[in-house]
Design a protein around this ligand. Structure first.
Ligand SMILES: [Zn+2]
Length: 482
């Protein structure tokens, strides 16, 4: 090897080394770049995404809790995030047709003045509202149910109560299919208080329900949500309870003695359905629960008789209850009252309302004024004290305190109920809609969607659903005649 060759080899080696160094440097730079971008993503982007998700969740919670405005004390760096949370909340309100509420909500946000997006949304919501029309109040239908049958094998086991269950009850599968049909057809739950306003001076004025084309309001109610003693062991839920998230659910006693918690009756089923379909609940309003009091409410033994155990008033069912629970003392009774109140409060926060169904499930006209007064005082003391004031009375047995003509001040029962704060009166009526307004009251007829109606008059419900596709085949046929 001569010198020239040696130099060439040395040069080639030097070049190779230089290339190696260059490649290493490039590789190092790439690694650093990757490392930096990972840090950047973790530090900046991910927190922003999770903050947005959190805000969205909070906005939803706010909306369900009545739409309290977002916390305005948050730092200014969060303005962008607040704006999207605010918009999500407004969108939720709009999905429940509360256009004015959504506009008011956005305009109250601190970032509204500087947010073009929010201002555009307000313009859009006003345009949406303009497409709505005021639904004729006297064309609003009202449907009602009793407690749902969860286990048809137990309800229809041939014992003495079977016939009654078959006539006036609805099974969970039927109820779910009926509600899904209503939703498909564009029905939207409204409150009796959307239909009218009861003013401070006792007068009642017409409400206004604004809905887009294709949407039809209806009122939903459920009677006797007491989980009466006689229903024990017949395939019904035990009571309404709060689960670990504070949601209203049912407890159900299984055959093996364990207690399961789920959507086993109307209230939790509707709550779950509205979470998935917010547009089923007008302004978030749900149904009205018509309560008696004589065996407590919502599955809790809250009546005074369970505290006093006054011999002359204890029924055979209550006697059996005391025999089965010898330790049911005043503290246990107080505990029932506290739990019932917690459930009732959670229901009201979710859009439910309560009505009197009379304390003793009575027909006031049959009983007369004096007996009605005793009954009403018992309702107010034992039920109203837990669920709060109400101005709605939903008569038991589909009874009423007058004929189809408007109530007058000559009607002593009407005068008495009015004095006690009741201004909205519901009976049972077979026509699709029956609504009557007076200066100081609103009346509405209700339609029973139960075994009897479905079996004997399927044509009477065809505006709502098709009986053939809803009917629970576990229901014995024929449904007994009344
Ligand atoms: Zn009833």
């Amino acid at each position: 090897m001569d010198d020239r060759e040696l130099i060439t080899v040395e040069r080639q080696e030097k070049r190779r080394k230089q290339e190696l160094i260059l490649k290493s440097v490039i590789a190092l730079l790439i690694l650093i770049a990757i490392f930096l971008s990972v840090i950047l993503v973790r530090e900046a982007v991910i927190p922003e995404i999770s903050a947005r998700l959190e805000e969205r969740g909070r906005a939803k919670e706010d909306a369900q809790g009545g739409g309290s405005p977002a916390d305005s004390a948050e730092p200014e760096t969060a303005v962008q995030t607040n704006a999207s949370a605010g918009l999500a909340q407004a969108e939720f309100m709009v999905s429940q047709y509360d256009y004015d509420g959504a506009v008011r909500y956005l305009q109250a946000q601190p970032e509204y003045a500087s947010s073009q997006e929010m201002q555009d949304a307000v313009t859009h919501y006003q345009q949406l509202k303009d497409t709505c029309s005021s639904y004729p109040l006297d064309q609003i239908t009202h449907v009602f149910f009793h407690t749902m049958i969860r286990d048809t094998a137990k309800a229809f086991d041939g014992d003495e109560d079977e016939g009654g269950y078959n006539q006036v009850m609805t099974t969970m599968s039927e109820f779910a299919a009926i509600m899904e049909s209503l939703y498909e057809k564009g029905y939207v739950m409204v409150s009796l208080h959307d239909m009218c306003t009861v003013n401070e001076d006792g007068t009642v004025s017409r409400g206004e329900i604004l809905l887009p084309p294709g949407r039809t309001p209806f009122v939903l109610s459920q009677d006797d949500v007491s989980y009466y003693h006689y229903m024990d062991g017949d395939g019904f839920a035990q009571k309404l309870v709060l689960d670990e998230n504070g949601d209203v659910k049912n407890s159900y006693l299984e055959d093996d003695g364990s207690v399961s918690v789920g959507d086993y009756d109307l209230v939790p089923w509707i709550d779950t359905f509205v979470k998935a379909h917010p547009d089923f609940a007008y302004h978030g309003h749900k149904g009205v629960i018509a309560l008696t009091g004589y065996e407590g409410i919502l599955g809790y033994r809250t009546d005074e008789v369970y505290r006093t155990k006054e011999e002359s008033r204890v029924t055979k069912y209550q006697r059996a209850f005391f025999d089965a629970h010898p330790d049911f003392d005043e503290a246990a009774w107080q505990n029932e009252v506290n739990q019932a109140k917690a459930v009732a409060d959670a229901m009201k926060a979710e859009g439910w309302e309560f009505a009197s169904h009379t304390w003793g499930h009575i027909s006031p006209s049959d009983r007369g004024l004096e007996s009605t007064m005793t009954d009403t005082e018992r309702w107010l003391n034992n039920v109203g004290s837990i669920v709060g004031d109400t101005d709605i009375i939903i008569f038991a047995f589909g009874a009423d305190i007058g004929g189809w003509e408007p109530y007058t001040s000559d009607n002593e029962l009407f005068r008495y109920f009015k004095e006690k704060g009741f201004s909205i009166f519901c009976n049972v009526d077979s026509s699709r809609c029956w609504v009557q307004f007076g200066d100081t009251f609103m009346r509405q007829g209700r339609r029973n969607l139960d075994g009897y109606r479905m079996y004997y008059n399927p044509e009477m419900v065809e505006d709502l659903f098709d009986v053939d596709s809803v009917w629970d085949s576990a229901r014995p046929e024929p449904v007994p005649e009344m």
